[in-house]
Design a protein around this ligand. Structure first.
Ligand SMILES: Cc1ncc(COP(=O)(O)O)c(C=O)c1O
Length: 462
């Protein structure tokens, strides 16, 4: 009842039926008039007084305040406030439906929602235990510990928690690395084709992108030292090259580390999806082989958990770099959100994280096998498939006689998501190869997707 009285008065004040300075009826009289207890009226007045709609003058009554709080809280509308028409432009970063064969998306339907919710509830229940004030810029300590333990065991990364920096997605990590280590005009070796999230970041800083072709055993090292001998940084995805899927060979790893040590250059190892290896043991990281403290290691929870979490990490090789990163991260966003970090660290400590990775490995291996079988069944020998026993996507070489304009029209018509490897190329383009993601799709979706894809190829062949 007191809420109703409160609402009615508030509305009268906001709509200016009651004006600043107007006197409100005495609570005793109003209670009598409305046939309610005086306590109800007093409670409603009390709330309006607390929120600033009323002012009370002892002995002389209760009045509408000079300035209504709503006018203080709401920003004034600009003089010409006609709503602007916004034309819709889809850019990378916009929300899109997940349709076959979108790449790099984990299976959200297999996410352990219950476990995540239970852990989150525990964290919220014990909120007092977490520091809700500003936290360490480098990340919530228990999460840094959990990440270091995981990386030492699973990825043979040499690291202690002190070297780990928690970042808001690898994209922020890449930006921080760029800001801390590169100057305008610095040369950066980029795998070609390679990850556009990284090349855009370096280019934004004014670095000189140096495209290095990718061979079957990874980046062409000889080409790179011949064409760009003074590179300051090498960006690469050695465990599972993005988007070609190959692995950097042991001999190239050694040569690269040696070269970086001699030239005081940095190596940025982006280990974005190496958890998903379907045969044998996971490959050791390049960072684990580094004796010259030249490798900065970067990993993300976007693939192993979910991209909306926006948590990732970088592992730095030296104390001087840690201090520099701390300063820069502090000026960018001070820290990543503490509650998300606390939930994630508990999720890892309680064993759910590793269990989820084990389950996803089996599920993704099965989905990859299903996709290969379906492609063979529907497309026969007209296409070449290349699938490493790892990762979240495979490659399909389109037939030579394909008309790409027609193919793209058909893909759009059938609402498929297909990425061309050439879209990731900087300089060295190839015959038409497409990348097909399989991790986020059930057997049924893969089947209908392949049926449509086969139809698109048929329509585009001349
Ligand atoms: C090579 C590579 N690195 C990193 C990421 C993930 O970035 P983030 O942690 O910002 O989601 C991706 C996502 O597609 C990727 O392909």
């Amino acid at each position: 009842l007191y809420q109703q009285v409160y609402e009615q008065f508030r509305e009268m004040i906001v709509k200016k039926r009651l004006r600043p300075g107007d006197r409100l009826p005495a609570s005793r009289n109003l209670a009598k008039e409305l046939g309610v207890s005086r306590v109800i009226i007093s409670q409603a007045y009390e709330l309006l007084l607390i929120e600033g709609y009323l002012v009370g003058k002892t002995g002389s009554g209760t009045f509408v305040a000079g300035k209504v709080p709503d006018t203080l809280l709401n920003a004034p509308a600009p003089a010409n406030n006609k709503p602007k028409k916004i034309t819709s432009v889809i850019a990378s970063g916009d929300k899109l439906d997940i349709v076959p064969f979108q790449t790099g998306v984990p299976s959200i339907d297999a996410f352990p929602f219950k476990a995540w919710q239970q852990v989150a509830a525990k964290v919220l229940k014990n909120l007092k235990q977490y520091n809700l004030a500003y936290e360490d810029t480098l990340g919530y300590r228990p999460l840094r510990e959990a990440i270091a333990t995981y990386l030492r065991l699973s990825r043979a990364v040499h690291c202690e928690a002190d070297q780990v920096v928690v970042v808001t997605g690898s994209q922020q990590g890449l930006n921080l690395i760029t800001q801390c280590l590169l100057d305008k005009g610095d040369q950066v070796w980029m795998e070609d084709p390679g990850y556009p999230g990284a090349s855009k970041c370096f280019a934004n800083m004014g670095a000189q992108l140096c495209p290095v072709p990718v061979q079957e055993d990874g980046l062409d090292f000889q080409y790179a030292i011949k064409h760009y001998p003074d590179a300051k940084l090498v960006y690469l995805t050695p465990s599972h090259q993005f988007p070609m899927g190959c692995t950097l060979s042991a001999s190239k790893r050694k040569q690269l580390l040696q070269w970086a040590k001699q030239h005081d250059s940095w190596i940025l190892e982006d280990d974005y999806d190496s958890e998903f290896r379907y045969e044998g043991r996971p490959l050791a990281s390049l960072q684990g082989m580094d004796t010259g403290s030249r490798v900065i290691y970067c990993g993300t929870f976007s693939k192993v958990l979910f991209p909306g979490l926006r948590l990732a990490y970088i592992v730095l090789p030296s104390v001087s770099l840690i201090n520099k990163f701390k300063q820069v991260k502090n000026s960018v966003d001070r820290q990543s959100p503490i509650l998300d970090q606390a939930i994630l660290s508990k999720f890892m400590e309680e064993g759910y994280f590793l269990r989820h990775i084990r389950k996803m490995r089996l599920l993704y291996a099965e989905r990859q096998t299903i996709l290969i079988k379906l492609l063979r069944e529907y497309l026969g020998k007209s296409v070449h498939i290349s699938a490493a026993p790892s990762g979240m996507q495979l490659l399909l070489w389109l037939p030579n006689n394909i008309n790409l304009v027609k193919f793209n029209e058909a893909i759009a018509m059938h609402q498929l998501a297909v990425a061309f490897v050439n879209d990731y190329a900087l300089e060295h383009s190839r015959p038409p190869v497409i990348s097909l993601g399989f991790t986020a799709f059930s057997k049924y979706k893969l089947k209908t997707g392949v049926e449509k894809l086969a139809q698109c190829i048929k329509e585009a062949q001349s």
